[in-house]
Design a binder for this molecule. Structure first.
Ligand code: C5P
Length: 241
């Protein structure tokens, strides 16, 4: 197991991790772990099952028995864009999960369940099971510190809170969101600051770079530039062309 290469990419919300991880995993031909999706699924499923966020044991129990399937299906039939004209379909408790998994509301709920040590513990082995040949690119907050401390290469992506807020605002505007845009930007700033605070202040696996992580500030870079930077590191550290 320890021989299977792992590249961890951690960082705060909106640092561009998700997109960069997808591109890098595709170029390397490696598996991908979107650990945030697991916390989102736990939050979303717990809410659907009317579990109280005040009851850590019941949420941890739900997380330990999380009934989720990740399936690649032909494009057009589901929610998430995958590789080669296919989409990643996520089935939770027997039902396909739609775009609601990616909303700010679910992200916020996810950061609440993610602050519960028993929930993190319940998801630990499930995350480690993603380590399969020929390699894994793992995306999250604690991939390099807790889940894969022995990863051969660790990257921590940063970007200023303002830059991350502006990126999210632009994404929403491109999706055609209307209404009071100034208020929307304010809400996004507030949300990012709250989530940063909760993710970095919690006692269990707080958001922080591993001691041996390479820090990359993406504030001034395009996605392509960051992907090239990460690929250059991979070419140096792993046996890949
Ligand atoms: O990355 P994403 O925004 O999907 O993650 C949602 C939330 O899940 C984060 O704000 C964070 O609180 C939590 N999370 C975490 N540890 C991870 C991945 C995500 O605590 N490894």
């Amino acid at each position: 197991m320890q021989d299977i290469p792992v590249l961890t990419i951690d960082g705060p919300s909106g640092s561009g991790k998700g997109t960069i991880v997808k591109h890098v995993a595709q170029k390397l031909g490696w598996h991908m772990l979107d650990s945030g999706a697991l916390y989102r699924l736990v939050a979303y499923g717990s809410q659907n099952n009317a579990l109280s966020f005040d009851n850590e044991d019941s949420i941890a129990d739900y997380a330990a028995n999380l009934d989720v399937e990740f399936k690649l299906v032909d494009a057009g039939s589901s929610s998430e864009t995958g590789q080669n004209g296919q989409e990643l379909q996520i089935i939770l408790d027997g039902k396909v999960v739609g775009p609601e998994l990616r909303t700010e509301t679910t992200g916020n709920a996810a950061s609440k369940v993610a602050a519960m040590p028993k929930v993190r513990e319940a998801l630990l082995q499930r995350q480690r099971d993603f380590r399969r040949s020929p390699g894994l690119v793992a995306d999250g907050r604690d991939m390099g510190t807790t889940v894969f401390p022995d990863a051969q290469t660790k990257i921590f992506l940063t970007a200023s809170a303002e830059e991350r807020a502006q990126r999210r605002y632009k994404q929403l505007k491109e999706k055609g969101i209307s209404g009071n845009l100034a208020a929307l930007l304010q809400d996004i700033r507030k949300d990012i600051n709250e989530r940063d605070e909760r993710d970095s202040q919690r006692s269990a696996s707080p958001l922080k770079p591993a001691e041996d992580a390479i820090l990359i500030d993406t504030s001034e870079s395009s996605i392509e530039q960051v992907v090239d930077q990460v690929m250059a590191i991979c070419e140096k550290n792993f046996d890949v062309v």
